[in-house]
Design a protein around this ligand. Sequence first.
Ligand SMILES: [Zn+2]
Length: 137
Amino acid sequence: MAIEYLCKACRGHLTVNNFLVLAATKINSSKRGLIFLNPELGNYTKTTHPSFSIEKGAEYLYTCPICHSQLNSVKYPHLVRVIMEDEKGKEFDIYFSGIAGEKCTYQLTDVGVVKKGPDAGKYDRYFDVPDEDKKYL
Ligand SMILES: [Zn+2]
């Protein structure tokens, strides 16, 4: 069983032919299209149709291509959430930046947050556990 990505709303499979496929719309713009992301955490290569170029620094709304639910997090501004299912069927929340060019990924696990990418420090504060709570971990 390979790593799968699921929509947080409909649990539809978002991985097709080894790409994580999402629909993206540039905020305050009519520019939208499909985006093919590398499913490997920390790999930020992406592919789009030539008519839909991703503008670095612009924020995008990501939606599920199956149910059209918005995947941008309400809890964590500028981050987008999908569910990852590993080879053993274990599920993790994955967050990545909805701002093009920002390279950061957060994988929430039972034992803490696995952070990837050169910009991971940018949203660190969302996932930092206050020192007084660490004794409960
Ligand atoms: Zn969906």
